[in-house]
Design a protein around this ligand. Structure first.
Ligand code: EPU
Length: 423
C-alpha cells in the first residue's frame, strides 16, 4: 500500500490545473442508462471512484470506453438489460445508488443494494425511496437490496424533500425525465453538480427547469437521445488547492477554477486573510499576511460552506491566529481528521458536531492515517506547513477523489512524494 511523504515549509508558487468534478461525473455517468444512444463525457477526472462507477455500469450491461487517457468517457446502454446493482460494488462507493432512478425509469424495475454506513455517517436512502414511491414505484427491502418496480412506468408527482439531499435530487431528476407527466421537486438540492446533470439531461432531450433553485420542474418525455457533455470543474478540488497557499503561504493560480461554484467558501477565505481574484485562466489565490485569522464555519447545503471542505479548512485553522469553531451539520461523523491533526500538534476539542480549534504557531510532521477522502487531503495540507516530515498512509482514499495530487502539488513547489510501502 502506498504512502505519501511530505516535507513541510516554504511558500508555494505556480499553477494547478483543476480537473472535472468527481461528484458531477458520478451523477452524469448513470444518465447513460436513460437512453439507448451513446452518452459521451469530456473533461472527466481520472479517479478510482470513476473506475468503480464504470465497473458498476458495465455490470449492468453498459459498454464503456475511455479516450484521451481517461479524460473522455464514451458510454452506450444500447444493450444494457441487467438491473441488479450488486453489493460488492455498491458497498465500495455510495454514489452507486444513483443507478436506482435511471434503471427504474428505463426498465420499470431495479434491484440495488443498500450501501450501508460509511466513515462519515449513516447515509440512509429514505428520501430517494419515498420520492420514487410518490412517482408510483413499489419498493421493498429484501436481503439488503432495494427491490423496486414500476410495472406501469413512473408518473410525475409533487415531491417535497425533508432535506435538500444531493443524491436524492439527482435520482429524482433522472427518473422524472422519463416519467409520464410533470414532477415538481421542492426543497431540491442546488449544488452545481445538480445544475451540470440537468444541463446534460437537457442535451439528451429532457425538459427541465429550475435547476440551481430549490424548485425543479421536470416534464417527462418518452425517450432521451445521445449527447456529448463536458463535466464541470471540480469546486471541491478548487477549494482544496485554494487552501494550500492559505496554510503554506505563497501564491497559486488555479487553472479552470471558478469562484461562482464556491458560494460561502470564498467569503470565509476573505475573512481569514486570503486574497482571491479571477484571472483569464481561473483564480489567483494569495495569503495576505504571515498567518491567517481564525474564522468560524458552519457547513450547510449549497451555497453555504460545503461539508466537503470542512476537513481542509480545519487544517488551515490549526495554525490560524485565534480560536475557531467549526460546526458540521451535514454528516454526523465527519471529524475523523481531528485526532490525526492533533498528532501533528494541533489543538482541537470536538464536542458533538462542533470542533473548537485553537491556532498554534507551528504544526510538526508525524505519521498519520487517512480515514476518508477529504480527511486525507486535510492531512496533506497540514503537512505542507508542518515542520519536518509527515507520512500519510492509506492513501487509496485520496485516489478516489484527487487526480494526480502529488504531481499537482509538486508543480507549485511542494516537497511531496508517493512511495511504495516497501520502497
Ligand atoms: N440523507 C438522508 N436520507 C437520504 C439521503 C440523505 O437522511 O435519503 C442525509 C445523509 O445522511 C446526510 C445528508 O442527508 O446526512 C446529506 O446527504 P446527501 O444525500 O446530500 O449526500 P450524498 O448525495 O450522499 C453528496 C456527495 C458528498 C457530499 C454530499 C453533501 C456525491 C457522490 N457525494 O453525497 O461528497 O458530501 O453530497 O454535499 O455527490 C465527497 O466527495 O467527499 C462526498 C462525501
Amino acid at each position: 500500500m502506498d504512502r505519501i511523504v511530505v516535507r513541510g515549509g516554504g511558500p508555494l508558487k505556480g499553477e494547478i490545473a483543476i480537473s472535472g468534478a468527481k461528484n458531477a461525473c458520478l451523477a452524469l455517468m448513470p444518465a447513460t442508462l436513460l437512453s439507448d444512444e451513446p452518452l459521451t463525457l469530456t473533461n472527466a477526472p481520472r479517479l478510482s471512484d470513476i473506475r468503480t462507477m464504470s465497473l458498476l455500469l458495465e455490470s449492468l450491461g453498459a459498454e464503456i470506453s475511455t479516450m484521451q487517457n481517461g479524460k473522455v468517457i464514451a458510454m452506450s446502454s444500447h444493450s444494457a438489460q441487467n438491473h441488479i446493482a450488486k453489493y460488492d460494488i455498491v458497498r465500495k462507493m455510495r454514489a452507486s445508488n444513483l443507478v436506482l432512478g435511471p434503471l427504474l425509469a428505463r426498465h420499470g424495475h431495479a434491484v440495488v443494494s443498500l450501501p450501508g454506513g460509511c466513515a462519515i455517517g449513516a447515509r440512509p436512502m429514505d428520501l430517494h425511496v419515498s420520492a420514487l414511491e410518490a412517482m408510483g414505484a413499489q419498493i421493498e427491502l429484501r436481503d439488503g437490496y432495494l427491490h423496486a418496480q414500476a410495472p406501469r412506468g413512473l408518473r410525475g408527482a409533487q415531491i417535497a424533500l425533508r432535506f435538500a439531499s444531493v443524491g436524492a435530487t439527482e435520482n429524482i431528476v433522472m427518473a422524472a425525465s422519463l416519467a409520464k407527466g410533470v414532477t415538481v421537486l421542492s426543497n431540491a438540492a442546488r449544488e452545481p453538480e445538480i445544475v451540470d446533470l440537468v444541463e446534460c439531461l437537457r442535451r439528451m432531450g429532457a425538459q427541465i427547469e429550475g435547476e440551481g433553485t430549490d424548485t425543479i420542474t421536470i416534464q417527462g418525455v418518452d425517450r432521451l437521445h445521445g449527447a456529448t457533455h463536458p463535466v464541470i470543474a471540480d469546486r471541491i478540488e478548487t477549494g482544496t488547492y485554494m487552501l494550500a497557499p492559505a496554510i503554506a503561504g505563497g501564491e497559486v493560480e488555479l487553472i479552470g477554477g471558478r469562484m461562482d461554484l464556491l458560494g460561502a467558501f470564498c467569503e470565509k477565505l476573505d475573512a481569514c486573510g486570503i486574497d482571491v481574484s479571477e484571472t483569464p485562466k481561473g483564480l489567483r489565490v494569495k495569503r495576505r499576511n504571515g498567518r491567517v485569522d481564525a474564522v468560524n464555519v458552519v457547513t450547510e447545503v449549497f451555497p453555504g460552506f460545503p461539508t466537503d471542505l470542512q476537513a481542509q479548512i480545519m487544517a488551515v485553522m490549526c495554525t490560524a491566529n485565534g480560536v475557531s469553531f467549526l460546526e458540521e451539520r451535514i454528516f454526523e461523523n465527519r471529524f475523523m481528521h481531528a485526532p490525526e491533526l492533533i498528532r501533528m500538534g494541533a489543538r482541537i476539542d470536538v464536542h458533538g458536531g462542533v470542533a473548537k480549534v485553537t491556532g498554534v504557531e507551528k504544526l510538526r510532521g508525524a505519521p498519520v492515517m487517512a480515514t476518508d477522502l477529504r480527511a486525507s487531503v486535510s492531512l496533506i495540507l497540514a503537512a505542507l506547513a508542518a515542520e519536518g516530515e509527515t507520512v500519510v498512509s492509506r492513501v487509496y482514499h485520496l485516489d478516489r477523489g484527487y487526480e494526480r495530487v502529488v504531481d499537482k502539488l509538486r508543480g507549485v513547489g511542494a516537497r511531496i512524494e508517493r512511495v511504495k510501502e516497501d520502497g
